[in-house]
Design a protein. Structure first.
Length: 202
């Protein structure tokens, strides 16, 4: 009862932000099925930079088939031994996996009562998990919705320093087709979030 009442208080703009974080988390956590591709193809954007990136993603998704996108996902993130990209904060910030940024994130997750899903074995500092955590904080999936100040702290610590970089790499990766457009959306969205948080007091 309480949680539902809290959810209603979330501003529409914040709900849209959470939706986009959720979407990025979902499409980066594994290859999309036909349903997610159809949903992506149905997206429409306005004339803003983010809107244009979303429209571009929608156009590419219309031409994609799950089997092809699965091959693309595997080449980018799994590969033989490793994929073209390593989508982890530790790697982007230190050059190695499972480093200090992961330990710091785990402490912050514990403080916010955020736990790793049972069936997920990836280190928590991967891009998909961080996008999902941010969405969850905005809508109150881990208790009360996080204040803008708390969101800003989490973003500046765990996402801001590297996610834009990652999305640029994704946009330019040689194996990227659908994911090049995902990279474009992510890059613009990270810029918008960084600027919005920069203008937030505190």
């Amino acid at each position: 009862m309480n949680a539902a009442a809290e959810t209603v208080d979330i501003a529409n703009e914040d709900r849209l932000r959470a939706d986009l974080y959720n979407y990025l988390g979902l499409i980066l956590s594994g290859p999309p099925d036909q349903f997610l591709l159809d949903q992506t193809a149905g997206l429409s954007g306005d004339e803003s930079e983010l809107g244009k990136a979303i429209s571009g993603l929608s156009r590419v998704a219309k031409a994609c088939k799950p089997k092809k996108v699965e091959s693309e996902f595997n080449a980018l993130f799994i590969g033989l031994g490793r994929g073209e990209l390593l989508p982890y904060a530790s790697y982007y910030l230190t050059g190695f996996l499972n480093e200090k940024p992961l330990a710091v994130l785990r402490n912050d997750m514990a403080a916010r009562r955020i736990t790793r899903a049972q069936n997920v074995y990836e280190p928590e500092d991967n891009i998909a998990s961080l996008m999902e955590m941010m969405a969850g904080m905005i809508v109150g999936r881990f208790g009360a919705p996080a204040s803008l100040e708390d969101q800003k702290t989490f973003f500046n610590k765990h996402i801001g320093p590297w996610a834009g970089h990652f999305y640029s790499d994704l946009e330019a990766a040689k194996n990227s087709v659908l994911y090049a457009s995902v990279g474009s959306v992510g890059k613009v969205f990270m810029d918008i979030e960084r600027e919005a948080f920069r203008m937030t007091a505190g």
